[in-house]
Design a protein around this ligand. Structure first.
Ligand SMILES: Cc1cc2nc3c(=O)[nH]c(=O)nc-3n(C[C@H](O)[C@H](O)[C@H](O)COP(=O)(O)OP(=O)(O)OC[C@H]3O[C@@H](n4cnc5c(N)ncnc54)[C@H](O)[C@@H]3O)c2cc1C
Ligand code: FES
Length: 278
């Protein structure tokens, strides 16, 4: 059992939770994730390690409440426990000592982006970041990013913070203004990452993305998280979740994501909460 030692609501749909998990806290690196089960009736949910504290043996996760299992997790209180907390899984991000990097975080994608940006900052790399969200309240980790970036830009759909529009509008502006980045790291919804690559690929700007297909076993055995990268089949759980965005077949990822959405809504094993997704 893994004890919840702290929790904080970041906005109406997103929560931060700190969990005592000594083994994961000792071993994990930016880019890796865990698979947890909130209780014995919950499904296994993969969540990125948003932060960790090796001394206190804790791991921070930041998650959006979207369905049954994240709702069960959300209802847990400080002092309660989760039954499984398996990890660290996936490959650590390969962070290069570039001169200048641009991070782009969409919605809850800012959570996995943060430890990568923090590490780049610690390595002495100059980093700018664009955070995007539906509105002001959906922008998370602003203070944390401010501490590790040179320029922090915001884009919101309704213009309530920063530029009205998408993160890609700011990316286009930065490029038009002559900003030069050695690498772009984009983490967020698939459509956002696809749109970012649509801009960076013709300019041949190295672009890393983090894919989050449906994962089941997290060991490369079930095939659930299959993605095509540079015409090769990869499994996001063991080969990723970070990949070279210029090589990812985003259209296939989007097709598979939509396919699973249908499945999730029709194939349930009679869990009371699962029916809420219908
Ligand atoms: C490597 C990885 C890292 C992730 N990191 C985060 C994170 O840091 N924060 C966060 O909020 N979310 C993250 N996710 C997504 C998160 O796992 C899903 O939101 C969660 O599993 C939904 O579970 P549910 O039972 O509440 O919802 P469900 O009702 O089961 O599903 C709701 C939505 O979540 C997606 N989903 C469901 N099960 C999975 C699964 N096993 N793997 C991936 N997506 C799934 C579905 O496509 C659907 O759109 C990550 C996913 C992966 C693969
Ligand atoms: S989750 Fe099963 S192969 Fe990746």
């Amino acid at each position: 059992m893994y004890k919840i030692v702290d929790k904080k609501q970041l906005n109406e749909a997103v929560e931060l939770m700190v969990i005592k998990a000594p083994y994961v806290a000792r071993k994990c690196e930016p880019g890796q994730f865990i698979i947890l089960r909130a209780d014995n009736n919950s499904e296994r949910i993969p969540l990125t390690i948003a932060d960790y504290n090796r001394e206190e043996e804790t791991v921070t996760i930041i998650y959006q409440v979207v369905g049954y299992s994240t709702k069960v997790l959300y209802e847990k209180q400080v002092g309660d426990s989760v039954v499984d907390f398996v990890g660290p899984l996936g490959k650590p991000t390969e962070l290069k000592k570039h001169k200048k990097v641009l991070g782009i975080g969409g919605g809850v994608g800012a959570a996995p982006l943060y430890p990568q940006i923090r590490k780049l900052h610690e390595m002495g790399v100059e980093v700018d970041v664009i955070l995007g969200g539906r509105s002001d309240e959906y922008i998370i980790l602003e203070e944390e990013f401010k501490a590790v970036t040179k320029n922090l830009y915001f884009a919101t759909n309704d213009g309530s913070k920063g530029k009205e529009g998408f993160v890609t509008d700011i990316l286009n502006e930065l490029i038009a203004n002559g900003e030069e980045y050695d690498e772009v790291i984009a983490i967020g919804p698939l459509v956002m990452m696809k749109a970012v690559v649509g801009i960076t690929k013709p300019l041949n700007i190295q672009t890393a993305v983090s894919l989050n297909p449906v994962m089941i076993d997290g060991t490369g055995m079930c095939g659930g998280c299959r993605v095509t990268v540079g015409n090769e089949i990869k499994f996001a759980c063991v080969d990723g979740p970070d990949f070279d965005g210029l090589l990812v077949d985003f259209d296939e990822c989007l097709r598979r994501q939509n396919m699973y959405k249908e499945e999730e809504h029709s194939c349930r094993i009679g869990l009371e909460g699962g029916q809420n997704n219908a």
